[in-house]
Write a protein that binds this ligand. Structure first.
Ligand SMILES: [Zn+2]
Length: 122
């Protein structure tokens, strides 16, 4: 997979990665995936941070038939350390361009991903 030739016009300081290059808001996991965004999830209870790649997250929702509209899609997620401790805590999230970290959900195969990208371009 080829990364987009980013003309480095991402406005420094503003830091709003929740929009595409046309300045439109990314409203679904699919749009975030197509724009290669990462979700930074922060647990308000324990401070645990996860960096989740939008692509496998979108794929997870697609396979399960879940609505991927933001921000409510993220509310399906909960903090794992808190859940291990018996509490369900919904993380806060921001859309970033950071490198994903740690375990990710399974990625779509190349064929599935190509199909989405071509649908988006058409
Ligand atoms: Zn937590």
């Amino acid at each position: 997979m080829r990364t987009e030739q980013g003309q480095a016009t991402s406005s420094p300081g503003r830091g709003d990665d929740a929009v595409d290059h046309g300045g439109r808001k990314l409203r679904t996991l699919e749009q975030c995936a197509l724009h290669r965004r990462t979700f930074r999830l922060t647990c308000p209870a324990c401070g645990h941070v996860r960096l989740l790649d939008a692509i496998p997250l979108w794929w997870l929702f697609t396979k399960r038939g879940w609505d991927d509209g933001l921000p409510h899609a993220i509310r399906r997620l909960c903090c794992q350390p808190c859940r291990d401790g018996g509490r369900v805590v919904r993380p806060r999230f921001v859309v970033t361009r950071e490198q994903p970290e740690g375990p990710q959900p399974p990625y779509p195969n190349h064929h599935e991903w190509k199909r989405v990208v071509s649908r988006y371009r058409s």
